[in-house]
Design a protein around this ligand. Structure first.
Ligand SMILES: NC(=O)c1ccc[n+]([C@@H]2O[C@H](COP(=O)([O-])OP(=O)(O)OC[C@H]3O[C@@H](n4cnc5c(N)ncnc54)[C@H](OP(=O)(O)O)[C@@H]3O)[C@@H](O)[C@H]2O)c1
Length: 382
């Protein structure tokens, strides 16, 4: 029996992770669960999974939950997330959205916990520092993102074989093939209508701007310790091939399947085993079986290029890119800026960023705070 804690259990990844736990009661037991403000769902999850600890964003919500669930210790805020991350479990799934995922992941690693990582902002902002902590603590960092899970799966049994190229696939999002001029007319509703995946709002917008793929390139660089130029992105609209690895003999291994996040989540939970799924898998002769690959139109979607630049320039550039992107996406979600304001303003922020060398988590948080203020000012036209 493996005990699992889930940060962000009420989100898209968190709820799918709990489906895996429910379907495998003999394999997995829940130790801690956390939410932001969706306390009704968290309350339901506490009743179903009886965790030792649960965390809500606000104190008043936590105190309310404590009255209903006296058998569970209910905490709140950033401190509560750290306590949940550090509390005893065999594996911590971090499925928080955004930069708030970084600190709890770092604390859990330092406490010697294996991590199933969905929160991509942890590695985008924390990069080298997180990987150093992983190596020093001797823990495992198991990828949950479907692309990184695919690469991780292709690498199994290949530890002695140098990688020539990682090929990250991208669905292309809802605006594949659109010109820059067409993208200027995009509405919030269109941006939230992803053709293949149902996800939280932030990653859905990131997928539409292709920033999501940029964040994944940065994540892959750290997870698999490859040079940025070894990572290629291919638009694959069917989302059947989840990513590929090319070895030095030019053999390419790929991982295929229907777009279903429960598969990489379950693999991270049970690695190196695989858990059975009741549903049938990919229909090779069905309509989704035609596999095509295209290059990214980086003129129309410059965010991928910004992410590559952030890797090339090093220091605090990826933190700046990530923090500014979070602010701009949030403003777009609240109807305050247009879709194309996101890449336009990110380009300015990357150009004007004054890099800082990163030596500890506090420096990352400081740069992140500063860049958020700058991005908000820029977006407000101040
Ligand atoms: N969804 C996918 O298919 C997918 C695939 C690959 C990678 N990822 C990555 O996984 C991460 C999670 O994505 P998601 O789509 O699952 O996001 P999501 O649906 O928005 O869920 C985010 C989770 O974080 C919680 N949260 C939000 N604000 C919070 C706060 N201030 N304090 C504490 N908790 C807070 C949310 O709680 P409430 O529900 O209470 O708001 C929710 O549990 C992201 O980094 C994303 O890039 C997602």
């Amino acid at each position: 029996m493996k005990t699992i804690s889930i940060l962000g259990s009420t989100g898209s990844i968190g709820t799918q992770a709990l489906e895996i736990v429910s379907a495998n009661p003999d394999r997995f037991r829940i130790s801690a669960l956390t939410c932001g403000r969706n306390i009704n769902l968290l309350s339901h999850q506490i009743r179903t999974f009886s965790p030792e600890i649960a965390v809500a964003e606000r104190a008043e919500d936590a105190l309310e939950l404590q009255k209903i669930h006296p058998g569970t210790e209910i905490l709140w805020g950033a401190e509560g997330l750290i306590r949940a991350a550090e509390s005893p479990c065999d594996l911590l799934l971090n499925s928080l959205v955004g930069m708030m995922g970084l600190v709890p992941t770092f604390h859990a690693i330092c406490k010697g916990k294996d991590i199933a990582l969905a929160n991509k902002e942890t590695l985008v902002a924390g990069g080298q520092l997180i990987m150093d902590a992983v190596h020093n603590a001797g823990v495992r960092l198991l990828p949950v993102d479907s692309e990184h899970s695919a690469i991780f799966q292709c690498l199994q049994g290949n530890s002695g074989n140098p990688v020539k190229r990682l090929i990250l696939t991208a669905s292309g999002g809802p605006f594949r093939g659109w010109t820059k001029e067409q993208l200027r007319q995009v509405t919030l509703e269109q941006a939230l209508d992803h053709p293949r995946w149902t996800m939280g709002p932030k990653i859905t917008v990131d997928s539409a701007t292709l920033m999501n793929k940029g964040l994944e390139v940065i994540e892959a660089r750290w997870l698999f310790d490859v040079a940025p130029e070894q990572i290629q992105v291919a638009v694959h609209p069917q989302s059947i091939v989840h990513s590929m690895v090319e070895f030095r003999d030019n053999s390419i291994l790929a991982q295929l399947g229907n777009p279903d996040m429960r598969v990489p989540i379950a693999y991270a939970f049970s690695w190196p085993e695989r858990v059975p799924f009741r549903e049938s898998g990919l229909d090779l002769f069905g309509s989704g079986a035609c596999l095509t690959f295209e290059e990214v139109d980086e003129q129309a979607f410059p965010c991928l290029g910004y992410a590559r630049k952030a890797l090339e320039y090093g220091d605090s550039y990826a933190i700046a890119l990530n923090g500014a992107n979070e602010v701009l996406v949030d403003l777009f979600l609240r109807g305050r800026i247009s879709f194309m304001d996101i890449p336009d303003k990110l380009g300015i922020i990357m150009e004007e960023h004054r890099p800082v060398s990163i030596d500890c988590i506090d420096t990352i948080l400081q740069v992140d705070r500063q860049i958020r203020e700058e991005a908000a000012r820029l977006a407000a036209g101040v």
